[in-house]
Design a protein around this ligand. Structure first.
Ligand code: SF4
Ligand code: SF4
Length: 91
């Protein structure tokens, strides 16, 4: 099964605010921008023109990889509240 097929089995109910909170100042001086390539759901994009990290938090699978990979340990990360967040379909 490809990653795209696997992603098709996931449903997400996004919260109104992002549960992923990178520190903008530290992201600007981050060399690796590791979050932009470890995330299986392509949540992070680096906007070169505006020197800003774009966070498409609605697509997050809550795997935690970005937090581990963040070289600055600057990534605030918590589970979405209540019934929000990712749901995995079975079968
Ligand atoms: S790896 Fe961490 S510090 Fe670097 S851009 Fe991503 S969130 Fe920011
Ligand atoms: S928790 Fe996983 S899916 Fe969510 S943004 Fe981080 S790496 Fe991507």
């Amino acid at each position: 099964m490809s990653i795209d097929e696997k992603l098709f089995t996931v449903k997400s109910v996004p919260d109104k605010v992002s549960h992923l909170k990178p520190e903008a100042g530290l992201c600007c001086i981050c060399d690796s921008k590791a979050c932009t390539y470890v995330c299986p759901a392509n949540v992070y994009e680096w906007d070169k023109e505006n020197e800003k990290l774009i966070v498409n938090y609605e697509n997050c699978l809550e795997c935690g990889a970005c937090r581990i990979a963040c070289e600055r340990q600057s990534l605030g990360w918590e589970y979405p509240k209540g019934t929000k967040g990712v749901k995995f379909k079975l079968g």
